[in-house]
Design a binder for this molecule. Structure first.
Ligand code: NAD
Length: 249
């Protein structure tokens, strides 16, 4: 709830499924109005909206390819048109294009950098103007342990996720005086479409590296995001919170 008693408004990019969906549901559950953003999964995004509305919340579905600045600008305009404010931005949209560095194409590099990193720049650029007017904002960037530790076949993804951490820290420094915090979450291995294709052998190898010996759930990431989006995190900015069962420490 904002200081004037109106509900907070949150945009969660790529929230038709996986971690983004869980964050959208968690924020709605805690009283925010939520913009469900999708690029291709319209039916899934509408299903998230219905789920929020059925439990008494409010949501707006907006299609936007967040790697395209014009789409991001339109998404911000639609948000303000509908809800007259914007308080929380969760940069969650992401893709993988795994390959050995020696064989990675320029297209694979560019797609991953554009969707995971450039999108967060565009969304932060446009959202921060509205948040600065309100003198309150929460920006949460979904990075990855890959950005802290590196990962096999993922030079593009690890570079993008490490870049998000730099973006987070600079944003935190620049916008602190406007009442806006910026933090990153670095999930480890989370049970979603991104990890469901793993063969049993790979799953076993991964579990051996995780002290808690299990994958995380999207809800466990969502609860960390909800904390960083809340009043409770008022003195926390520029941080990277790993949610990973101890994989990175
Ligand atoms: P996912 O593939 O299920 O979800 C990614 C979402 O991003 C999808 O809804 C997809 O439609 C959306 N998206 C992709 N390109 C887009 C674009 N151009 N514009 C708008 N939306 C777009 O994956 P997930 O596991 O839920 O991942 C969510 C975030 O968490 C990603 O940033 C990912 O890198 C990060 N992450 C995931 C894990 C994991 O183990 N699953 C680990 C660390 C970090």
């Amino acid at each position: 709830m904002a200081h004037d008693g109106t509900p907070r408004v949150a945009i969660v990019t790529g929230s038709s499924r996986g971690i983004g969906r869980a964050i959208a549901l968690e924020l709605a559950h805690r009283g925010s109005r939520v913009v469900i953003n999708y690029r291709a999964g319209k039916d899934a995004a509408e299903a998230v909206r219905r789920e929020i509305e059925l439990s008494g919340g409010e949501a707006l579905v907006v299609r936007a390819d967040v790697s395209v600045e014009a789409d991001v600008r339109t998404m911000m305009e639609k948000t303000i048109e509908q809800f007259s404010r914007l308080d929380i931005l969760v940069n969650n949209a992401g893709v993988l294009q795994d390959n050995f560095v020696s064989f990675m194409s320029e297209e694979q590099w560019d797609l991953v950098l554009d969707v995971n990193l450039k999108s967060a720049f565009f969304c932060t650029k446009h959202a921060s103007k509205q948040m600065a007017k309100q003198r309150w904002g929460r920006i949460i960037n979904i990075s990855s342990d890959a950005g802290l530790m590196g990962d096999m076949l993922r030079t593009n993804y690890s570079a993008a996720k490490a870049g998000l951490i730099g973006l987070t820290k600079s944003t935190a420094r620049e916008l602190a005086a406007r009442g806006i915090t910026a933090n990153a979450i670095a999930p480890g291995y989370i049970e979603t479409d991104m990890t469901s294709e793993w063969a049993d052998q790979k799953r076993k190898q991964m579990l051996e590296r995780i002290p808690m010996q299990r994958l995380g759930s999207p809800q466990e990431v969502a609860r960390a995001a909800a904390y960083l989006a809340s009043e409770q995190a008022s003195y926390v900015t520029g941080q990277v919170l790993s949610v990973d069962g101890g994989l990175h420490m």
